[in-house]
Design a protein around this ligand. Structure first.
Ligand code: ADP
Length: 356
């Protein structure tokens, strides 16, 4: 997974380089800067002294000393002054300069804090947008594992509108799927008539349904359904037959061609390692993990029905018993095809991200 939001203390990240949200003096400060200097030890400060400070937006390299990483890339984010003083451009350039140094050093993995989002007061949701945009842009043409490290779950503030819509959808699905009319009838009868004989535990009437109830809600896309739908879409029965015999890889490649999307563009959009495409192209029987199949469904901008078809080919289904599936289902229905924003929401909900 080339880009991942993780919850951790950045000083514990086992990566080639961590990025420090420093101040202009580079002589240490509070927040993440203080934590990095404490963990790295006094030699880091010594090396920083020799660097002669750092302008806002620029980035400078030091060794990692006692930290588990090889390098620290120090960059100075802008102080938030309301947004009209070029803050966004300056913050973007911090990510670009830090990533350029990481690339020059041949780093395979880098961890960023959310620069400027602490004492410097940059609104967290906007700081996250800038970070995600710059990281995504960089990954379109580079191979690197980039972590955005959130010290607390509150540090990540996804787009409020999409998050609200997804949360409401999860709630709706949950209420709809877990209504048990039999139980509701028994409950009203109980309230009206008192406990019937043979029901010693009235509390059970109010319990959540058993987990197995969810199994009924799995929406498996049967071959019969595939054929019916393709017929509706004007395909010949032969076309439809070929299509149902198609493997996951074959369907993925067909969709790429239909959409005119390159392998590179698709890997970046799906948050998957570029090398994976070799496997997909060379092995018609390739079976991805579910998080990868879901990521491709989003990256390829599939409809809900197409996504279900692709998932079945990998041996999966979209289940209302799985919150992450509900999030993805909502996004497919409503045309939200940005894996990065979806992963922000999944992180916030403490669910596993999409990609490979
Ligand atoms: P700035 O001055 O650029 O705002 P801060 O250090 O105050 O820098 O905060 C930047 C971000 O780093 C904030 O989101 C803060 O919560 C986070 N942060 C602070 N300490 C750590 C840490 N040890 N690991 C990861 N993130 C941290």
């Amino acid at each position: 997974m080339p880009f991942e939001i993780v919850r951790n203390d950045i000083t514990r990240m086992r990566v080639d380089a961590i990025v420090n949200a420093a101040n202009n003096s580079l002589l240490g400060g509070g927040g993440v800067d203080g934590a990095i200097h404490r963990a790295a030890g006094p030699q880091l400060l010594e090396e920083c002294r020799a660097l002669g400070g750092c302008k806002t937006g620029e980035a400078k390299l030091t060794r990692g000393y006692r930290l588990p990483c090889k390098y620290v890339i120090h960059t100075v984010g802008p102080i938030w002054r309301g947004g009209s003083e070029g803050e966004e451009a300056l913050l973007a350039v911090c990510y670009r300069n830090a990533l350029a140094i990481a690339r020059q050093q041949g780093c395979d993995s880098v961890a960023f804090p959310l620069i400027s989002a602490g004492v410097y007061g940059y609104p967290k949701d906007q700081a996250l947008r800038v970070a995600a945009t710059e990281i995504e842009r960089f990954l379109q043409e580079a191979d690197m594992m980039i972590y955005l490290v959130a010290y607390t779950r509150d540090a990540i503030v996804p787009d409020a509108r999409l998050f609200g819509e997804v949360a409401a959808y999860i709630d709706d699905v949950y209420v709809r799927e877990h209504r048990d009319f039999g139980r509701e009838a028994r409950r009203s009868q109980y309230l009206r008539d008192g406990a019937p004989r043979g029901v010693p535990d009235p509390g059970s009437l109010f319990r959540r349904p058993h987990r197995e109830d969810n199994a009924r809600n799995e929406t498996v896309f049967s071959e019969a359904n595939v054929e019916r739908l393709t017929a509706l879409q004007g395909e010949t029965p032969e076309d439809a037959q070929t299509r149902t015999a198609e493997t996951f890889s074959e369907m993925l490649i067909r969709k790429l061609e239909e959409k005119g999307m390159s392998d590179m563009a698709c890997t970046a959009r799906a948050n998957v390692d570029r090398r994976l495409f070799g496997k997909i192209r060379n092995n018609a029987g390739y079976r991805p993990a579910k998080q990868t199949a879901l990521a491709f469904a989003i990256a390829l901008e599939l409809s809900l029905e197409e996504a279900r078809e692709l998932l079945v080919k990998a041996g999966f289904s979209l289940s209302h018993g799985d919150k992450r599936d509900i999030v993805v289902e909502y996004c497919l229905i409503n045309g939200h095809y940005n894996v990065t924003s979806i992963n922000e929401i999944l992180f916030k909900l403490d669910l596993q991200p999409l990609g490979y």
